[in-house]
Write a protein that binds this ligand. Structure first.
Ligand SMILES: CC(C)(COP(=O)(O)OP(=O)(O)OC[C@H]1O[C@@H](n2cnc3c(N)ncnc32)[C@H](O)[C@@H]1OP(=O)(O)O)[C@@H](O)C(=O)NCCC(=O)NCCS
Length: 162
C-alpha cells in the first residue's frame, strides 16, 4: 500500500512503533538500500534479531507500511545505537524522533544508564535530531566510514538515569 506522506499533517500522524520481526525485513532493506551507502545485508539484520537479550530493534509503521526502524545493542549498562533510518518519503514527519524516543525507553528497560552512537560528520539531519535529545560530540573517528572515507563523530547521550 502506498501512502502519500506529504499530504499528512505530521502531528496528526498515527505511527505505531513495534518490535522488528523477520517479516519486516523486506521493507527495512528497501529503506536501508536507499539511505546508506553501505547497507546492512539481510543476514546481518537476521543475526542481530537473533541476539534477543542484548539487542532491541524497532520498526515504525503507518498503517501496514514500515516507514522507519532503529536498533540498539547493550553491553552491561552501556547502550549503543546501531542504526536508525526513515523512508525518505517520510522524512521530517517526526518519525525519527519517535523511534529514538522509543529506543531510549527500551534501553532504559534493558538497564542502560548511558547511550552512545556514531554519526557521519556531514549528516546534519541526524546530528540535529541527536542534539535535540541531548547528545553531544565525544570525539572524532577518522575515516570510520571506509566506503566514503568520512569521519564519524562519536556522540554520547545525557549520562544519567532517566
Ligand atoms: C536522521 C533521520 C533518521 C531523521 O528522521 P526524520 O524522521 O526525518 O526526523 P524527524 O522528522 O523526527 O526530525 C527530528 C529533527 O532532526 C533534525 N532534522 C531532520 N531532518 C533534517 C534535515 N533534513 N535538515 C536539518 N535538520 C533535520 C531537525 O532538528 C528535526 O527537528 P524539526 O523537524 O523539529 O526541526 C533521517 O534523516 C534518515 O533516515 N536519514 C538517513 C539515515 C541516517 O542518516 N541515519 C542516521 C545514522 S547516524
Amino acid at each position: 500500500m502506498a501512502v502519500e506522506a506529504r499530504a499528512i499533517d505530521p502531528s496528526a500522524l498515527e505511527v505505531r512503533i513495534t518490535t522488528m520481526r523477520p517479516r519486516h525485513l523486506r521493507s527495512v532493506l528497501r529503506i536501508e538500500n536507499q539511505v546508506y551507502p553501505r547497507p546492512w545485508s539481510l543476514g546481518l539484520f537476521m543475526s542481530e534479531l537473533a541476539l534477543r537479550t542484548s539487542r532491541a530493534y524497532l520498526v515504525a509503521r503507518v498503517g501496514p507500511v514500515v516507514v522507519g526502524y532503529a536498533g540498539l545493542l547493550l553491553t552491561d549498562t552501556d547502550g549503543h545505537i546501531t542504526t536508525i533510518a526513515v523512508d525518505p518519503v517520510w522524512h521530517r514527519c517526526g518519525i525519527g524522533t519517535r523511534l529514538l524516543l522509543h529506543l531510549s525507553r527500551e534501553a532504559l528497560g534493558l538497564g542502560a544508564t548511558a547511550l552512545t552512537l556514531e554519526v557521519r560528520v556531514g549528516n546534519e539531519a541526524a546530528k540535529g535530531m541527536y542534539r535535540a535529545f541531548g547528545y553531544s560530540p565525544a570525539g572524532i573517528r577518522k575515516g570510520y566510514y571506509i566506503e566514503t572515507n568520512e569521519d564519524a563523530a562519536g556522540d554520547v547521550g545525557p549520562r544519567r538515569r532517566w
